[in-house]
Design a protein around this ligand. Sequence first.
Ligand code: XMP
Length: 512
Amino acid sequence: KILILDFGSQVTQLIARRVRESGVYCEIIPFNADVARMQAFAPKGIILSGGPASVAEEGSPRAPQWVFEAGVPVMGICYGQMTMCVQLGGEAKGAEIREFGAAYVDVVADCALFEGVWSVGAREKVWMSHGDHISAPPPGFRTVAVSEGAPYALIANDERRFYGAMFHPEVVHTPHGAQLIRNFTHKVCGCSGNWTMAGFRQAEIAKIRAQVGSGQVICGLSGGVDSSVAAALIHEAIGDQLTCIFVDHGLLRAGEAEEVVRVFRDQFNIKLIHRDASDLFLGQLAGVTDPEQKRKIIGKLFIDVFDEESQKLGGAEFLAQGTLYPDVIESVSAIGGPSVTIKSHHNVGGLPAYMKLKLVEPLRELFKDEVRALGRELGLPETIVGRHPFPGPGLAIRVLGEVTREKVAVLQKADAIYLEEIRAAGLYDAIWQAFAVLLPVKSVGVMGDGRTYDNVCALRAVTSTDGMTAEVYPYDVGFLTRVAGRIVNEVRGINRVTYDITSKPPGTIEWE
Ligand code: XMP
């Protein structure tokens, strides 16, 4: 396994992704964590991430000296290269030319990282993002790649197996970057690359059994990817000691509640309590138009209902949650005050501490795409594992303004047509999230010989990698007019369809 020391780069997680894609387990730990913790991890190699600081600044972060004395290979990326350089006796300073974006490096000598990818004399595309640069490499290092702005684009100390890259091999804009990282983990560190989802499944099942013993586990199932995969995995480990509680707020997409019941109860034979609480949720949402208010009501009710069902059940000692690795990575960028709340995300599954249950979190070490791979491994249907993200408050924040059962039904129909067309056109997996929104706006239309006066529906589709920023999906107009035609013809209550062409920022993905 590989240890990644984080210096606060925006893309540290991508290093971890590339390492894991090479079949090697890794973890991210802040550069200033206890050395004892790093030692206990016993890595076969260490990667130092990039970061926003400048090595020239007084008090800028340094790797613990242990890193260079542990006798394992080290790869420094960007800031990681800089700090490695100065800690080992080289020199770095602020560069006159700041390089940012695509750049080219010339490969001037061979090195172990290049096997099968780069060769001497080649000019290779990379992604640079740095202000500092090395002015004198540390003793024992040779230069293997150069660029105009970074004469020491890649340096190597073959004897100690230390490498320093000025560019970012972890981002997709460095076309051969993944292979360079793979060479580091496999060829240099000697990792075997046998960390697979099949292996993870077996190891995790053993861990769950050891943790739970003969205890009872409850799990909030929402039909989303994370809770579904967690439930399927835990069920495989402990069978009927697991009970899933599906709090159905009546605000899911068309047919999804039925699918959850069919897949988990009928197909997987999981003990499932399906609590139809739609009357309760819709009742409390009556007359409420403020988005934050809706979220609060739904969040609180969800917990109440879940609590009630688990009390009825009684005897559970453990609560299963689909917590993922990005939720638990400790962040280095604790600098800066609290950020502004744009939307108070209510996540189904987040339960209060007073429930006093011990947590079972079998996905804590996984990234989202790994969770999907595990779900496939466990035999969950593609409609669940490949599903677009869906907000906890569901359609309540896609029916703008007041939510009623009738409006939810209208939106479900429009949304189902939209998704059906997206799937039929083979576009589903190219899109991060696509959905319909029902606007509290009426407009005039004409159908046959009659005048209509009905609601407007907006379609949304974005691409994104993490939901933090998003681009509008560029459909062709023919596709959009086909969807609009079907919705207006087939859904009573909608007579006009628009396409939302706002990216995030300044828009948000959801409308509320
Ligand atoms: P926004 O609308 O903030 O959405 O651009 C970013 C991502 O978060 C999802 N989202 C939510 N998820 N509870 C959730 O669990 C919420 O209240 C919530 N609001 C937005 C949204 O679907 C998108 O994936």
